[in-house]
Design a protein. Sequence first.
Length: 143
Amino acid sequence: MFNEGSPESKIINTFDLMSIKELPVGYKEFLRISNGAFLFLNKKYGQAGLNFYNLEEFENKVNFWLSSYRSNSLIKGDLIIGEFLGDSDFVILRCDQEADDYGAIVISHPYDERKNWFYVKDGFTKFLSDFVRAEGDKYWELI
């Protein structure tokens, strides 16, 4: 289920408030086309699948993360863009333009140390494409 897209001005305003000056291009394009999405949602039980946050959810979701025990795991430029329903994994987009991993996707396991998280260095567009091709399976765990 894809949402209606957002105007660029709303995207820019949302992330300016979070001190993110430049989103990776693929993710920004995704928000223009679809302001968030539920992928592979189990409609019967409302669990399983991936929720990519819409712009209206970001403030609450980020504040929750920052106020939780998990905040110690975040580093500069981490932007949580989604969560796996029924799991405790989050999708993090690296938005620190000065870092070598700018644009990479990180799958967090909040009970594991950051060094044990999965890094998908190809960026959002490739991550989304591969996830859909894998029909919602966590393909990065098999690599």
